[in-house]
Structure formats: structure tokens, C-alpha cells
Design a protein around this ligand. Sequence first.
Ligand SMILES: Nc1ncnc2c1ncn2[C@@H]1O[C@H](COP(=O)(O)OP(=O)(O)OP(=O)(O)O)[C@@H](O)[C@H]1O
Length: 614
Amino acid sequence: MRQSSPATQRPPARDRRLRGLLRLAGYLKPYWRQALVAAVALIVAAAGVLAIGQGLRLVIDQGFANGTAAALDRALLLTAGVVLVLAVASAMRFYWVMWLGERMAADLRQDVFNRLVALEPGFYARNGTAEIQSRMTTDTALLQSVLGSTFSMALRNSLLLTGTLVMLVVTSPGLTGLVIVGIPLVVAPMLIYGRRVRRLSRLSQDRIADVGSYASETLGGIETVQAFVHEPIDRGVFRERVESAFAIGVQRIRQRAGLNAVALLLAFGGVAFVLWRGGHAVLAGTMTAGELSAFIFYAVLAAGAVGVLSEVAGELFRASGAAERLFELLDTEPAIRPPDEPQPLSDPIRGEVKLQDVGFCYPNREDQPALQGLDLQVRCGETLALVGPSGAGKSTLMALLLRFYDPSAGRILFDGVDLRDLDPQSLRRCMALVAQTPVLFTGTVRENIRFGDPDASPAMIESVAEAAHCREFVDALPQGLDTDIGPAGVQLSGGQRQRIAIARALLRDPALLLLDEATSSLDAESEQQVQAALGHLMAGRTSIVIAHRLATVRDADRIAVLDHGCLRAIGTHDQLLARDRLYAHLAALQFNDGRDADHGELPRPAAGPAAGHA
Ligand SMILES: Nc1ncnc2c1ncn2[C@@H]1O[C@H](COP(=O)(O)OP(=O)(O)OP(=O)(O)O)[C@@H](O)[C@H]1O
């Protein structure tokens, strides 16, 4: 039933590696001061750890070997001083590296959201809103954890590894040869395993995104799911997806477990070997006991660092994959962009619309035009009703007017200017959309109305609530306008939600009103109130209405009959009754239905040629 879909085209896997994380470095730029402090703390802390090895050598060679208590005290005091510096530097490193990680993750999250809200609805139609949403949530959460802690571990251990290698050479060049030979033996399997882990990580992330999007789609439509008793099927499909994600997860964990075992075995096997060779050197008198202790200390540190690096490498690769996926989203250019030099809107704005030979195909249906050869003019202050069977292209026309898509042919003019020459945001500021199913957001009634104009004064909100007939139900709510209406306004009835949507549009005071009537779900009384609210909203402004009710059709200045994406006829109700067979058919169905024409709904015969031209 529901498919997962890749959000964007991905580059080939072969040159991915840590590219995603490298690109994240750009996010450090504004915080270079903090990064500098973190780097200094990191270096001082690593130097502190390395100095402890020297402290150990002094304690053993000067304290124990020479047998003087004063030398032992001095050596221990020095070591204690080093430990104090180490503690302070470690705390600073921890704080600033974590701070940078959290800061970068927050900035990235904000950037991704900023880009996502700029992408046109067509992008979400292609890629699935739930998939994109889950990608944003899981990938940024992964990055946050990796940037906050894993990355810091990787950095610290890389530095320690480098430092310990230097100290190993300083302490005993001869023995270091052994370690140097041993390190590639440790690193090679790590790289081989790392590559496998990375591939599986990516796959695992994809599967988890699948699980997330399935869950959010099911829960989002919980009423439909339960009404159709679809739960057992959803549980089954979800189980399959979860199990598939689990199977990939287990493969990844198996590889990582193997990676850890091999890395640790090789590293500590190497240490044992060095201890054996070094022990013989001390016995032969070519090395002091202190030097051997320091050497072992550094070798263990190096092995530990390699162990940690092998452990976090997989995590870093996983994060790199996540970063790349987020950058793919960030790199997705909106298809609808303002022109380089947008033309100004007419002053005053009249709200006139002209369509010239407009054709349009949805991107994924190039062979099926949703609109074709459409010529239409809507004059200032006019109400134009759009009627036609389902699938005729009415909603598509609205989407083009809002410039969610650009026409594939012809052009649309707003007050005489091609929509493509206007800044889409300035254009949309002149319009208000009242959708068939009003979309409200979590918050109070007041906040939902204010959505129409964030700067509106309380008095303006009161006044539009009154005009949209919201008062009737708002006054009965526990906190009036400040009552919480639940996510998407679920605590209100359809008619109440509709009236809030109308109040929101009234507050916007648009030059052009786009209205997709929703009256089918309302009872007569509610419909009357919505109708009255609409009366206020439409008075004196250009309105394009997808009409489902005869009352609207009759009151409209003109009616455009659309069929199969073409303008079939245009005129007044009476003209069309006499002239157009489809319109007459729709109207006849209405009257024969025996419903009150003033409140009845204009029926929509099933799509298809037979229905359209009966
Ligand atoms: N996002 C989309 N991608 C591809 N095709 C689409 C998309 N949205 C709509 N269509 C197709 O475009 C055509 C016109 O659809 P549209 O929604 O504009 O019709 P409508 O007249 O508003 O129908 P209704 O009255 O049922 O809402 C239909 O054939 C529909 O299947």
C-alpha cells in the first residue's frame, strides 16, 4: 500500500566516506573562537596524559631505582601537578567540544528546516512528507549525538595516538619498530570492516526512516485506519518493516563486534609481544625499568586509542551518511524561486487574474495534462465560481495561482504581471486560501486566527472572529479565544474549524481570495453560519471559488465549467443552463436530488469521459 521513496538522488556510494562530516566543518566557522579554545584544551589534555608516562618513568627510575624518598616525592609532586592540569584541560575540552557539537547540530537542524519550508508542495508530493520528516528527525538526532560525544572521542584519541607514537620513538626507537610494524596490522582489518559497517549503516538508516514514515502515516490517519479495521494489516506491514530494519541492524552489529574483537586482539597481542622483548632488554641492561614502564604505558595508550577509534569509526561513518542525507536536502533547490529582479506589485493591488493558454502537467505525469489551453480572466472584485467533475483540474488551477507550480505552457498574470516575474512571497501575501479541509495548527483559537497576520492587534482578532461567526462557539469554550484546540484543531467540529479558517483569511484581508468550499461535511445550521462568514469574507474582493453548492454558483458573477483540464464554458448560471450540457446535467442532478437548492451541493459525477459529457 504505502511505499518508501528516496528523497533525493544520491551520489554513488564509492566516494562518500567522511565527506559528509568534512562538509560539516563549514558549520564551525562562526564559532572559531570556541573551536580554538577546544583545540588548545584538547592539545593540553593530550599532552598531560603523555606527560604522565614521563612521570611514571621518573618515579620508577629516580624514586625506586635510586632509593631516595626525596626524589620519589618530587617525582610524585610533579606528576600530581600534571594530573591537575590534565583534569582542568579535560573538563575544558569536554565542555567546548560538546558545546560545539550541540551548536552545530542545532544550526544544521535549523538550516534543514528553513530549506524544507521553502520547498514547493510538489517536492513533498514526490518524496513523501513522512519520509522527509523522519529523515530530518533521525538524521539530526544521530548527528547531534555523534558531534556531541563520538566526534570528541575520535578527536581526542587521534591526537593521543599521534602523541603516543612520538613518545614511543622518544622512549625507545628500537621497540617502536615493533609497534610501527604492528599498527598497520591493526588498522588494515579496521578499514575493511569499517567499509562494510558504513554500507550497512546507510541501509539501516534507510530502513529506520521507512519504519518512521509508515508509523507517522498510520497514526496520522488513525481514524481511517480504525474505521476500516485496518490495524491487523498495518501491524503486519509494520512488523515486516521493523524486522527488516532489525535484520540490517544485526548485520551491522555483527560486523562491529568483529571489528572490535580483531582490533583489540591485535592491539593487546602487540603489547604483550613488546613487553616480552622489552623485558629481555631490561634484563640485558640496554633499557631502564622506568623506560620500559613508560613505553608500555604509551603502547597501552596507543592500543586503547586504536581500539576507541575502531569503535567510533563505524559511528562516524554512520554520521557521515546522515550528514550527507541532510546536505542532499539542503542542496535541493526549490523549483519555485523569486526572479533575480522581481517586478513590483501594482499599487493599489487590484487582484485581477488572467490565464493565457495555460497548460500544466504534474511532474510525475508528463503524459496526462491536468490543465490545457486555459484562457480565463477574473476581473477586479468579481466572484468566479469553478465547477466541474472530480479531476477536472479545479484544485490544480488554485495551486498554479498560488504558484506552487509553474504552468508547463502559457502564462498567468496577476494585475497584468506574469507570476514568474513576481516574488512568490509578495504574490502570496496578496492572497488567502480557505481550503476544503481547513488546516489548523496546535495552539489556541487566537493563535490560529493570528496565523493570517502575525502583527494583528487583539482588537482586530476579536473583530474578524466576530465577522466569521466564531463568537457563537468561542464564547462557549472554557477560555474563549485562548482555548487550546489540540493538534490540528481536533477538538473542534468541522464547521468550527472552517470558521476559524475564514477568520484567518479575513485577518489577512487579501486582494484575491481562493476558496475551496467545504460544505458537504456540515449540517444545515453550521453551513448557514459558514455561509454568513463567507459572505463577509468575499464582499468586495476578487474571489475564485471551487463551488460545491448551488447557492455559491447562483451568487457568483460568472461560472467557469472545467472538464478534463479544459475550460468548457463560462457564463452566469442561467446562461450556462441554457448553453452547456455538462452544467445543465450537473444542475439537473442537483434539482432531481430533491434537496434544497440553496443549501444543496453541486454533485460531482465520477471522473471519466462518460460522466463528464453525459
Ligand atoms: N500531485 C499530483 N500529482 C500528479 N497528478 C495529480 C496531482 N494532483 C492532482 N493530480 C491529477 O490532476 C488532475 C486534476 O486534479 P485536481 O485535483 O485539480 O482536480 P479537481 O477538479 O480539483 O478534483 P476534485 O473536485 O475531485 O478535487 C487529476 O487527474 C489528478 O489525478
